[in-house]
Unconditional design. Structure first.
Length: 201
């Protein structure tokens, strides 16, 4: 089940076009084998100086206390729908190079790329991922004993899609809304800021 897409401007792989972020999840567990495949996909992402600055915390619903700890970090609007997701993941970026403790300004970028790999692998496995900025990073830091120099970036709800009817009316409307994206002409420049590449003209 995926949302309607609008304004497709070029052909892309179906794993990318079918990726979306549902709020309606079934309580069907995600197998340990699939979970490990997600992190193996993340593990092979490129990173600056091969630093691999990402760390992940995971909790399945079967891991009650650990799941609750991550769930409690979410803001209430996200808790309203994420409560059925069978798997929660927190992505953390280490913001200093481990080899010399100097700032790694690419850490968050690299962690995001690792998460992108994870999300693509999830789509390949028939799973969906909803990434959330709406969580209390300081609460996560305290609860999970995350050290200084490591930045909690996002919490992800992972699982299988449920029918939109399982959501409130307000969330159903958001779930069924068409997917939209900015036009490539506003994102791909050439020569100077704001000048659309000639490839799109």
């Amino acid at each position: 089940m995926s949302q309607q897409r609008e304004g497709v401007q070029a052909s892309i792989h179906e794993l990318l076009s079918e990726r979306w972020s549902p709020r309606a999840f079934t309580d069907q567990p995600v197998t340990a084998e699939k979970i490990m495949s997600l992190f193996e996909a993340a593990r092979w992402q490129a990173s600056c100086f091969n630093e691999q600055p990402w760390t992940f915390f995971i909790a399945t619903r079967e891991q009650g206390e650990d799941y609750q700890a991550l769930f409690d970090c979410l803001v209430e609007p996200n808790q309203a729908w994420a409560q059925t997701a069978p798997l929660l993941i927190l992505a953390v970026a280490q913001t200093q190079f481990s080899r010399n403790q100097k700032p790694n300004r690419h850490a968050q970028y690299d962690t995001g790329m690792a998460v992108a790999n994870l999300v693509t692998e999830a789509t390949c496995l028939g799973l969906h991922v909803h990434q959330m900025a709406g969580f209390n990073a300081e609460q996560a830091r305290t609860t999970l004993n995350i050290p200084e120099g490591c930045e909690p970036m996002a919490v992800m709800a992972v699982g299988y899609c449920a029918a939109p009817e399982s959501l409130s009316d307000v969330l159903q409307e958001r779930e069924l809304a068409p997917r939209t994206r900015k036009d490539l002409s506003s994102q791909v420049f050439q020569g100077s800021w704001g000048i659309t590449t000639t490839l799109l003209k």
